[in-house]
Design a protein around this ligand. Structure first.
Ligand SMILES: Nc1ncnc2c1ncn2[C@@H]1O[C@H](COP(=O)(O)OP(=O)(O)O)[C@@H](O)[C@H]1O
Ligand SMILES: [Mg+2]
Length: 308
C-alpha cells in the first residue's frame, strides 16, 4: 500500500493522501479495492487504519487501509507449552479466509499444542495470535469461541453419557436465543442425517465414525468462521475416513476456513490449499499443498526431522 501527499489539490482542511485502498464490509470481507484520496485522517501515511476516502467517482466511503495482505489468522513468534516446558518455539503461520490449511507432523511435534493455544486452552509464553485483526492470545476459550474459532479435539471427546442432541446443545452453550439454536440443529441434521436418526442415542454407544461426525457437528453448533480439526481421521476405518474427508470438503464449500491437523500426510494434502510441516515445535517446511506433494521425498525427510 502506498499513500503519498497529494499535490495540486485545493484543500487546506484535510491533509490529503493518495492511497491504494480496500473497501471492506462490516464482517471484514474485502469488497473492492482501488485508489483514491484519503481525506479524514491525520495518519494516513501509517499505512493502516480506517479512513474516509473519496473515490474516483466523487463518493465518500469508509475504508480499511492495510499495507499487508489480510490474513484471517496471523500467528507470529508463538512460544507455548506446559508450565516450564516449551513445546512451540517461536512459530509463525497464517491462514486466509476460505482456505484449508494442513498442519502435518509426527507424533509429539506440537500440533495439538498449537491448536489448544489458538483456542485459549493454553496461554502462550510469547508471540501474537491475531484473528480478524484482533489479538486473541491470552484470551479465555469462551472469548475465542465467541469470536468464531471452534476446535474439534483429538480423540473426539464427545460426552459419552449424554445423548447426541444433548451433545449438540453443549456446542451452542454461548447461544441464548433458543430459536437460533433450533435452526442450527436443523442445519446440522441436514448435514448429518445419521445424527438426526440417532439423536436420542447415548453418544458413548455411537461408532467411531459417528462420534467423529458428532464432534464436528458439536463444534459447528457455535457457527464458527474457522474450524480447527485435530486428527479427525485417527482410528477410523478407511471407508469412514472418506466420509469425513467429503464432509470437510463440503464445509469448505459453505465458506468455512479450516485448519486440518493430520499425521496422514497424503490425505491431508489432497484436500488442502497450503500446508505447514511441524517438527519438534518448529515449522520445517511450508508451501502450497500441491508443491509439497511434488517434493514428496524432501517433505517426508523434513517430516521425519532429517536434514535436507
Ligand atoms: N498436558 C501436557 N503436559 C505436559 N506436556 C505435554 C502435555 N500435552 C502434551 N505434552 C507434550 O508436548 C509435546 C507436544 O505434544 P502434542 O502437542 O500433543 O503433539 P502432537 O499433537 O503433534 O502429537 C509432547 O512432547 C508432549 O509430551
Ligand atoms: Mg496431537
Amino acid at each position: 500500500m502506498n499513500c503519498h501527499p497529494a499535490t495540486g489539490l485545493k484543500n487546506h482542511v484535510w491533509r490529503r493522501y493518495y492511497c491504494s485502498w480496500f473497501l471492506i464490509s462490516i464482517d471484514r470481507e474485502i469488497l473492492s479495492e482501488g485508489q483514491g484520496f484519503v481525506t479524514s485522517s491525520k495518519n494516513a501515511n501509517r499505512n493502516q487504519g480506517v479512513f474516509i476516502v473519496m473515490t474516483g467517482d466523487g463518493l465518500y466511503q469508509k475504508v480499511k487501509i492495510s499495507g499487508q495482505e489480510k490474513h484471517m489468522l496471523n500467528i507470529s513468534g508463538l512460544t507455548s507449552g506446559y508450565g516450564p516446558v516449551e513445546v512451540l518455539h517461536g512459530l509463525s503461520l497464517y491462514i486466509n479466509k476460505g482456505e484449508i490449511v494442513a498442519v502435518i507432523g509426527p507424533n509429539g511435534a506440537g500440533k495439538s499444542t498449537l491448536l489448544k493455544t489458538i483456542v485459549g486452552l493454553i496461554s502462550p509464553q510469547n508471540g501474537s495470535i491475531l484473528f480478524q485483526d484482533r489479538s486473541i492470545e491470552r484470551q479465555p476459550p469462551e472469548y475465542v469461541l465467541d469470536r468464531g474459532i471452534a476446535l474439534v479435539p483429538e480423540g473426539r471427546r464427545v460426552f459419552a453419557g449424554l445423548t447426541v442432541l444433548e451433545n449438540l446443545h453443549m456446542g451452542a452453550y454461548l447461544e441464548r436465543d433458543s430459536s437460533r439454536k433450533k435452526k442450527q440443529i436443523d442445519y446440522i441434521y441436514d448435514l448429518f442425517p445419521r445424527l438426526e436418526e440417532r439423536h436420542q442415542q447415548l453418544s458413548g454407544t455411537l461408532s467411531g465414525g459417528e462420534q467423529q461426525q458428532l464432534a464436528i457437528a458439536r463444534a459447528l453448533m457455535s457457527r464458527p468462521k474457522m474450524l480447527l480439526l485435530d486428527e479427525p481421521s485417527l482410528g477410523l476405518a478407511p471407508v469412514i475416513v472418506e466420509v469425513v474427508i467429503d464432509l470437510i470438503n463440503s464445509l469448505r464449500k459453505e465458506g468455512l476456513t479450516i485448519i486440518l491437523v493430520e499425521q496422514n500426510i497424503h490425505q491431508a494434502l489432497e484436500i488442502s490449499d497450503r500446508a505447514y510441516v511441524l517438527v519438534n515445535g518448529s515449522i520445517r517446511m511450508s508451501g502450497s499443498a500441491s508443491q509439497l506433494l511434488e517434493t514428496g521425498v524432501d517433505m517426508e525427510k523434513a517430516y521425519l526431522g532429517e536434514k535436507i
